[in-house]
Design a protein around this ligand. Structure first.
Ligand code: PLP
Length: 373
């Protein structure tokens, strides 16, 4: 008889795919978690040149090319004013693999990881796959993670907590004073703060701060990736920044699972990090406009929605049957419970879609709302 691991039996394929598959082909898709921009031309060209010149045919260092890791270290200096040794960076297959190696390297059975609820689907699944226990921490009404709630949930078994600001599925941005608190909590309780910063560059209100600026370096692992920073989801290139001991343990997992991140993607990500940053401004301006359009539209419909300060998602409260009614009428939105119990009664909308489609989707959502209320 075929046998599977208990760990893998504990997780299932993300419910988000099923929603896409249920919708018609010409549905307006507000379910996608990727920017609708082209990757920077200089990033594409750097990869193309490396391929043409035969520079990307072999393995790189397991940790990734020195020049890419230097670019990540320079980014930390530029954006956070934090001094990072390039040796303390591992280039990974996207933020997804970065999260995977963090969990694999740190968790034993019985170890708890506090995760935002609702939160990005991988936190729960990767914690379980690593043998740990996810402990959901309900968000505040404004959908930010409450430092007091995290601190109250810490037990002797807590190995780590996840901070994701700006957040998926909420778009919420933690204020700097909260980020400082998270850093203090990590230090005081000696628990690891896993800071998932993949939406770092998409902030409209407030400012992005990293716990790396405030906490003891040993207590923070930063996960980031070119996916959302530079609209490069298909390149599968992320990284993790951490203290040397942690990097050494994570490298053991990365080395055996991946050997190294794909070389052409490493060239592309290095160029994105070191080249002109115009795309970042362009995307943020565009997402801000769309955020305003969508939030205003949802409020006009009569839906309650905290105004998201970043990323490209919002999470309105929706009446029973709303998500299915939208699907029937050709608008894909994701049911909030796909992101945890705390998402029940809500839906996640991604506004990484052109404004004309967003306007059309809002009209359809207004009809869907009328039909179910
Ligand atoms: N973290 C968050 C919060 C995300 O939303 C995503 C993707 O949606 C990831 C990490 C993983 O991104 P990637 O593996 O494309 O870099």
């Amino acid at each position: 008889m075929t046998k599977f691991s208990e760990r893998v039996e504990e997780v299932s394929i993300s419910g988000i795919r099923e929603v896409f598959e249920a919708a018609g082909e010409d549905a307006i898709n507000l379910g996608l978690g990727q920017p609708d921009f082209a990757a920077p031309a200089h990033a594409r060209e750097a990869a193309a040149a490396a391929i043409r010149e035969g520079l990307a045919d072999g393995y790189t260092e397991n940790k990734g090319m020195e020049s890419l890791r230097e670019a990540v270290a320079d980014k930390h200096a530029r954006d956070q004013g934090v001094d990072v040794d390039p040796a303390d960076v591992i280039a990974t297959a996207g933020g997804s693999e970065a999260l995977h190696i963090v969990m694999e390297a740190h968790l034993d059975p019985g170890d708890e990881v506090l995760i935002p609820d609702p939160g990005f689907v991988s936190y729960d699944a990767l914690t379980r796959l690593a043998g740990g226990t996810p402990v959901p921490v309900p968000l505040r009404d404004d959908l930010t993670l409450d430092p007091a709630a995290v601190e109250a949930a810490i037990t002797d078994d807590t190995a780590a907590f996840v901070l994701n600001s700006p957040g998926n599925p909420t778009g919420a941005v933690s204020p700097p004073e909260d980020v400082r608190e998270f850093a203090r909590i990590a230090d005081d309780h000696d628990v690891l703060c896993i800071s998932d910063e993949v939406y770092e560059y998409t902030v409209f209100d407030g400012e992005f701060r990293s716990p790396l600026e405030f906490a003891d370096r040993d207590n923070v692992v930063v996960v980031n990736s070119a996916s959302k920073l530079y609209s490069m989801t298909g390149w599968r290139l992320g990284w993790v920044t951490a203290a040397p001991d942690r990097i050494e343990r994570m490298l053991r997992v990365h080395q055996y699972a991946q050997a190294c991140a794909a070389a052409p993607s490493q060239f592309a990500a290095e160029a994105a990090l070191t080249g002109p940053q115009d795309l970042v401004t362009e995307m943020t301006d565009s997402f801000r406009r769309r955020r305003d359009l969508v939030v205003e539209g949802l409020c006009d419909i009569g839906l309650d929605v905290p105004t998201p300060g970043g990323a490209f998602y919002c999470m309105p409260e929706v009446p029973e049957g709303f998500v299915d009614e939208c699907l029937e009428r050709g608008v894909i939105v994701v049911p909030g419970e796909a992101f945890g119990e705390g998402g029940r009664g809500k839906a996640r909308l991604s506004y990484a879609t052109d404004e004309a489609s967003l306007e059309e989707a809002l009209e359809i959502m207004a009809d869907a709302y009328d039909a179910v209320t």
